[in-house]
Design a protein around this ligand. Sequence first.
Ligand SMILES: CC(=O)N[C@H]1[C@@H](OP(=O)(O)OP(=O)(O)OC[C@H]2O[C@@H](n3ccc(=O)[nH]c3=O)[C@H](O)[C@@H]2O)O[C@H](CO)[C@@H](O)[C@@H]1O
Ligand SMILES: C=C(OP(=O)(O)O)C(=O)O
Length: 419
Amino acid sequence: MDKLQINGGAQLDGSIRISGAKNAALPILMSTLLAEGTTSIGNVPHLNDVTTTLELLGILGNSMTLDEKMTVQVDTSTIHSFEAPYELVKTMRASILVLGPLLARFGQADVSLPGGCAIGSRPVDLHIKGMQAMGADIDVIDGYVRARAPEGLKGARIFMDTVSVTGTENILMAATLAKGTSIIENAAREPEVVDLANCLIGMGAKISGAGTDIITVEGVDKLKGCHHDVLPDRIETGTYLVAAAITGGKVKLRDTNPDILEAVLLKLEEAGAEIKTGKGIIELDMKGKRPKAVDITTAPYPGFPTDMQAQFTALNAIAEGTGVIRETIFENRFMHVSEMQRMGADITIQGNAAISKGVTQLSGAQVMATDLRASASLVLSGLVAGGETIVDRIYHIDRGYECIEEKLQLMGASIRRMS
Ligand SMILES: CC(=O)N[C@H]1[C@@H](OP(=O)(O)OP(=O)(O)OC[C@H]2O[C@@H](n3ccc(=O)[nH]c3=O)[C@H](O)[C@@H]2O)O[C@H](CO)[C@@H](O)[C@@H]1O
Ligand SMILES: C=C(OP(=O)(O)O)C(=O)O
């Protein structure tokens, strides 16, 4: 199993390119199931979750090509299966996103339940309720969501009890081919939902309100292939900004989008970073200073993203002062804390809060990654720790960070992959 070996202490300084967003690429690749003919998706990040998605699309019978620039072409004319098997779904929760497209276009879908995962229970009841409101017959049998709509889906008014990103995306995709109008209320406003909606509009869907909490969809008879480029990854962007800040260094990030990262940029400024933004560019300079601890409460967009919580826990661990981080989205998303404590961090968990008294120095240790962003936070901790840190089980990191060690090396970090 691959590991990352880090020798901490370098003040990072460099310029790197940000990849396409995992959380936009996955739903957008799934959305190609809705379109007749071939859809072409550009700026797809080279990630394990993308490989899993392409495998899943392949099992369903799609023909695919991929060029060296990671533009993926999906031709749906050969689809012959409507089942997403457990073996694939268990490795990637986003597999549930085949439910809406398959049901809307083919009237049937059998999708294994993704189950719980390290960060919380993560049910899919809202996805199922939404499809049922559109007239689908759904049973959960033998760990599979078995959904049927032989006469097609009907537009409906759907209120999401909790703001759910993939729940909104699944229902949005299903609604594009439903008969009549659908209104999704309390919809997720994440930029990745907007990117998916833009791709669907390119296919001919009639959608308004994406990016607000009420999305309206007028169903159409069919969608056709289009070209769409995936938006930049705001979580990858935020992770490299924290990498520079935590080491007192500086970084210039290219091909990113500062407009979708406001909550994170404000917290970095509060921590003492100087930030300049331009079109597609974010520059951060910490000027050799130790960061100041910040208080954070995670919330749906435009609030502070839960996917950046672990990285800021690492920042607070070595910051000046005490910082309180409250996690409000997932009930078990502090798995990185016990590993950081092994590196000398002074963090206490009280309910859904991680209270961190910044220490002046962490010490390198052998640590275990438990989930994607926890892994990233341990790499960040390793960058400032004295001596050597080994991060084990980095298959989690490869789900969501393209070439993480190469990118950190470009910023001057001493990091290498070992098996
Ligand atoms: C592939 C993808 O885009 N993943 C992101 C997506 O996950 P994902 O879409 O799975 O997360 P949700 O937005 O659905 O989860 C938000 C909350 O709603 C709850 N819930 C969700 C669905 C449901 O049917 N019932 C229910 O109770 C969840 O348990 C959680 O407490 O949004 C999360 C929250 O921003 C991010 O951390 C993930 O990186
Ligand atoms: C939790 C995440 O991803 P997923 O929903 O794919 O597990 C994440 O990207 O941090």
